[in-house]
Design a protein around this ligand. Structure first.
Ligand SMILES: Nc1nc2c(c(=O)[nH]1)N[C@H]1C(S)=C(S)[C@@H](COP(=O)(O)OP(=O)(O)OC[C@H]3O[C@@H](n4cnc5c(N)ncnc54)[C@H](O)[C@@H]3O)O[C@H]1N2
Ligand code: MOO
Length: 410
């Protein structure tokens, strides 16, 4: 099998990091629409959060010093001089020997530096018995504890999770500049491939699995998907259909026809879309060796191997990171990795990176990764898997009980 330009996994990932960048200009969207998108610019706060000191408990605002030495047997005696109303300014200054009732979230009055919880006091008319001492700052969030005025709250290139949207809400931003969701086009090739809607298959026909899996995985990665359908293994019509889809999308993915058989045209089709053309044809990896990465006039275009498990594994390894690059994401995501122990020896060939599909099992002594063996043409091997384990090219395998990193299928 002749592949030109066979690269290692690391070389391929480096190439992805260097070759692809966002194609479209950032847009401003309402916060509620920005979940999963990537902020385009550094974001600074022009105010402090919270903008007033507030109590974290229901109790009495006091001067911590006035409670020193207080205990169950020897309480401190303070006089109650007022109460703080929720959502209102605390207008009355607190002086030595005084206490003011305060709700959780209420504004701490000037002069107070702590709050004693209601469980640790006894009210006797205007008198307050305090049965526990508190330290300065206890049960208080000070003004600016969360965010300082002028502070950078988010660096450019962060994927917006619920908590990132939360901090933007806290500083009063109602919109955020993000990169538009990349539009990914998927086109399946193969004379034998038929739409999954076809109920009765003729001999030799196979339903299109890859449009479904790759399209769904692209959506999970934050992209919008345009389905190009299925095209026969015939160079001219394949090239025309690929060009039509390429023109509509930011990232074109072909499935099948990526190898070097007589009817494998993906390399020629991708090459015909624009320069510089093919960057990688063949990665020293199993499964998925016949992977193609290319660039046509600035747009990423790629060919996935046809076998369904290979196609999805290669999507996770390479297409997912390309989508992240198109989104302007700058921080490597570690959110999809877990550490587990491998449940049995798995041999591998030196010089090739293997990805072993695994199911996860929670046992008494921790998390175990149990290999799911099976040919890469079998989609059910992925249904049975939670993720995959990398066996680096330098290793002859991994021994039972070794710690491994599991790349989770999210
Ligand atoms: N002589 C050699 N032949 C092959 C080698 C090799 O090293 N030497 N490598 C094999 C490997 S590994 C893979 S992976 C495949 C990849 O080839 P292609 O990308 O050209 O894939 P196809 O030949 O088009 O299809 C392979 C297989 O997958 C089925 N398929 C294709 N598309 C879909 C789809 N959308 N949904 C479901 N199933 C699909 C197709 O029917 C084939 O059975 O090459 C090997 N050959
Ligand atoms: O490496 Mo192929 O991608 O096994 O099936």
């Amino acid at each position: 099998m002749k592949f030109f330009n066979v690269k290692t996994v690391m070389e391929t990932l480096d190439l992805i990091a260097n070759e692809y960048q966002p194609i479209r200009q950032p847009i401003e969207v309402p916060l509620i629409e920005a979940l999963g998108m990537v902020n385009a610019f550094d974001i600074y706060s022009d105010e402090q959060v919270p903008h007033f000191s507030r109590s974290t408990v229901d109790g009495f605002a006091v001067r911590a010093m006035d409670t020193y030495g207080a205990s169950e047997s020897l309480p401190a005696f303070l006089s109650i001089t007022g109460k703080v109303d929720m959502g209102r300014a605390a207008t009355m200054k607190l002086r030595e020997g005084q206490a003011q009732a305060i709700p959780t979230g209420g504004m701490v009055p000037e002069g107070a530096d702590g709050v004693v919880m209601i469980e640790h006091v006894e009210e006797l008319g205007d008198l307050l018995n305090v049965y526990r001492q508190i330290a300065p700052g206890e049960n208080i969030i000070r003004a600016g504890d969360d965010v300082q005025s002028g502070e950078k709250v988010l660096a450019a290139g962060r994927k917006l999770r619920p908590q990132e949207l939360g901090v933007l809400a806290a500083i009063g931003k109602t919109t955020v500049w993000v990169y538009p969701r990349p539009i990914v086009g998927i086109l399946s090739t193969g004379d034998e491939i038929v739409p999954c809607e076809k109920q009765t298959l003729a001999a030799g026909e196979i339903r299109d699995i890859n449009s479904m899996t790759v399209g769904a995985a692209a959506m999970q990665a934050g992209a919008e998907v345009v389905y190009g359908g299925i095209v026969a293994d015939e160079l001219d019509s394949f090239a025309i259909r690929a060009k039509e889809l390429y023109d509509k999308v930011d990232f074109l993915i072909l499935s099948g026809g990526s190898s070097v058989g007589t009817r494998d045209y993906s390399v020629q089709v991708l090459e015909s879309l624009g320069s510089p053309g093919i960057l990688v044809h063949g990665v020293s990896i199993k499964p998925g060796k016949p992977t193609i990465l290319a660039k046509a006039n600035g747009k990423p275009v790629m060919g996935l191997p046809g076998h369904p498990a290979s196609a999805l594994i290669i999507f996770h390894l390479f297409a997912g990171p390309i989508i992240e690059k198109l989104q302007g994401r700058k921080h490597e995501s570690t959110d999809k990795r877990l550490t587990a122990k491998l449940s049995r020896n798995v041999p591998s060939a030196v010089g090739r990176t293997d990805y072993v599909r695994v199911g996860l099992e929670e046992r008494e002594d921790g998390l175990w990764a149990v290999p799911v063996f099976g040919k890469s043409g079998l989609i059910t091997t992925l249904v049975d898997s939670d993720g995959m384990v990398e066996i680096p090219a330098s290793k002859e395998g991994i021994l039972e009980g070794e710690f491994v990193k599991v790349h989770m299928f999210y």
